[in-house]
Design a binder for this molecule. Sequence first.
Ligand SMILES: [Zn+2]
Length: 463
Amino acid sequence: MSGMLRTVSCLFAVALACGAALPLSAQSAAPAWLAPYRDAVSRLTAAAQADDFAWRRLAELTDTYGNRLSGSENLQRAIRWAEATMKTDGLANVRAEKVLVPRWVRGRESAVIVDPPEHPIVMLGLGGSVATPAAGLEADVLVVKNYKDLEARAADAKGRIVLFNVPYTTYGETVAYRSGGASAAAKVGAVASLVRAVGPMGLRTPHTGNMSYAEGVTKIPTAAIAAEDANRIQRLADRGLRVRVRLTMEAHMEPDAESANVFGEITGREFPKEVVLVGCHFDSWDLGTGASDNGVGCIVTWEALRLMKHLGLRPRRTVRVGLFTNEENGLRGGTAYRDANLAAAGDHIFALESDSGVFAPASLGFTGSDAARRVIDEIGTLLTPLGFPAIGPGGGGADIGPIAQAGKVPMMAYNGDSTRYFTIHHTPADTVDRIAPDEVSKAAAAIATMAYVIAERPERLPK
Ligand SMILES: [Zn+2]
């Protein structure tokens, strides 16, 4: 708490000093056209950082409803809470739009080294995996370092459990083994596949996540194991020892289930049909409480609108928040939104997604035309007092992607520190305890600033 209060008083100092005591260099960097927005931006920022309201709302969501896998009762209850709470906030056009989502159920699962002497492996089945036979399956392990290595040792894979012991570099690079490892192993005759958890070394933490089976290839069960367990198996194999593992998984798909995207708005006072969209995904994996991925992204984008409403700010264009369903294992929420809004896609003038956490040091990324980028960079100068660096490349997000593609919409991403984010990503450790209140408030302040100025400018953001 004391850390929070310090942040708040610093912020007020900055807000009060605006225009009077700012160093000349900072003043000349800020373009004159932004002057009319400074007062509203100061109020939004001060309100976001005045207390830990947003963090407490995140704690309420994650403590009360827990993790929120697509098709689960937890997610349904959380959706009803979000819809009711947005109404209490006084947002306009609050609605839950139905979406049918796939329903994968983990069931009980375990992996044990049975020889050399019995040793339980810390594991998590991958989303979409099939089950093992009820009694489990037992086989010797073939450890490979990458796909090339598997190719070279294809003759040894038949009847084995293939372990991809691929050290984590970046999520983008390493995740290929989680999504495609099972089919690559099945093609060379493996009976199951294991993948070293995709994330920086944690505290023997396995990371789940989605996988998919290639067309026409035998579906074999697949799971992630903690890096420490993967390394142990690697060392045993390197010493020439046979490692035998028993894998037992009940994972299966059930019929599609009902879910929904939840929306709320600040209706534009002059151009209500033109939309500034901010969004996130509301579903999570069935572990931890989905706090960083992606409860917090939903709270901070929603908070941008709540703050505007609270302060009586109603910009020229509509600001819409979308809490999308089923990002983790299907993307049905984002695609349903595009399909329902195809005719209005061109009237989406900007879209921002928060789905990379809020861990400090956070930054913003943008993808759009050079003309749009010039405006965005200028608005970005308003975030300098909050400590944000210049806006980088790489805007976008899985849920806003479909509508943005349809409407050629400029996109932004709010990005938390990626090492801290991926250390707990898709693990039982993804809980609110790891997120600091001032990180949440800062994200809400930055997103509110971007959304407000873009929605309020007399001119549309160039495409
Ligand atoms: Zn996510």
